[in-house]
Write a protein that binds this ligand. Sequence first.
Ligand code: ATP
Ligand code: MG
Length: 581
Amino acid sequence: MRQQHLLLPTLREAPTEAEAMSHQLLLRAGYIRQVAAGVYTYLPLGQRVLQRLAAIVRSELDRAGAQELLMPALQPAELWQQSGRYELYGPELVRLQDRHGREFALGPTHEEVITSLVGSEVSSYRQLPLTLYQIQTKFRDERRPRFGLLRGREFLMKDAYSFDLDLEGLDRSYRSMFDAYVRILDRCGLNYRAVEADPGTIGGEGGTHEFMVLADIGEDTIVSCTNCGYSANMEKAEFAAARKVDARDSDSSGGCEDSVSSIAAMEKFHTPGIKTIEELAVFTGAAASDCIKTLLYVADGRLVAVLVRGDHEVNEIKVREALGAQKLELADEAAARNLAGVSFGFIGPVGLNVPLLLVDRDAANMPEAIVGANEDDYHMRHVVPGRDFAPTLVGEYRNAAAGDTCPHCSALLQFHRGIEVGHVFKLGTRYSEKLGATVLDRAGQTRTLVMGCYGIGVSRLLSAIVEQHHDPNGIAWPAAVAPFQVHLIQVSLKDEQQTALAESLYRQLREAGIDVLLDDRDERPGVKFKDADLIGIPIRVTVGKHAAEGLVEVKTRFGSADAVVMTVDELLLKTKGVREQ
Ligand code: ATP
Ligand code: MG
């Protein structure tokens, strides 16, 4: 392709609205443009990379035996009502009405459509196993669309769904998709981890893994063991410290009482304007771990107080599971006012009138603590859990934290930030039951299909690759996903020998099956080289001062190696290797 007429608007400055490096670079290098918050146009280069990624995904899914189809974005509300998700999905679901007043949703995912399809078209165990997939545009009205393509409101996803007769079949389908994901992310040149995850709102039982690309901008925290292979999403991560406390709990309760009797009676003290744990620690000279945080939640309409040590964070998934609740949300400040007549910062467990008081095990095991006094500008000290307030439930309600150890081997846990690019799920029969997807088995009995679902954010993947593959000058694409393999730069358009060599090389490379971008713009060499670095095509071939001798300069975008002068034949040999990758 010739650059002269290519819509490739590069920018010198990083746009101010872009926080993430990938977002900045994709805008600057002319890959994408924003149309609305979380909604983008892919310019020609962006579209080329997106298609490369889709082709990798497609080839690996096909190799795993999955079949491609294409479902609509526009989905009738009835399907979502049947699955029960029309209400549950909440404001992320984009809803609309047609001219007759019928309700529709723009699909954020396709379990309903596919399960209903398979329910009507598949009737016998002989048609199983079946895995279907599509690469299609999804809509989610995200609360915070951000970081460019990383969290869009309209984005491209590969979603696959497996249908099996039983759990053993599901295990095989799941494993096969898991392995395909490993191959896809390897081919994309990514540094990633497959971590155990929480099933989330999609529901279902059994295994689920997320594929996390390691990047500081990532919104997820990955917890992994420094010794064994254990690795989990923060939401799901377990740790051994709590178990040790468990053991102490059960065999030394008498001892606890002895130590309690030596602790002074609780005492209220003045803490004017001190609302956060950090402020409280500075004010009192105590450590955050000497305090207890009390948070108010609403779980399926019920008010719940959750207590964790001051240096710990509540894990809402663990709380939700402990309560068996579908929905858990932080209560608003008005709830604190109603309940205790105070603002959030002064809520505490002593005398708090809530029906449910969940206390994290580490908080419950504190000999004494500083807590909110349920009175503005006051806290209490020497508060003993169990003595001064009674938990309804004690359990593990917090995130893993620095210093916690592995649930399997007790080695220290470590923490990384990650971008979730893929997700594999064992769904079970949740959707097939609701939408009536059954088959007859060998014995003629009706069986409900056992499902799995598997997503990859193709557009998110594009940004995630840029997060890992760039330097201060721009993007540096791995060859397998680059928009072009060779960037051919003619230094001076006025030099006829350069023109002759550049044109002949352009033709020869294309005949050899190489994707070439020819910079035939009438620009200064400095501008051309700067743009080339920004755009990030893996091999740069310069036709310049050696053109008369039939020589070109070749430089790879990655690494610091200097340009190498070579003949056209040597170049063709080198690029042959790229094509065969
Ligand atoms: P997240 O926790 O980031 O919101 P999710 O759990 O909602 O992700 P899934 O429902 O599992 O995501 O969707 C499958 C895949 O689709 C994700 O792994 C991710 O790669 C991609 N994806 C999800 N939401 C978005 C979005 N708003 N923008 C771009 N890609 C997305
Ligand atoms: Mg989401």
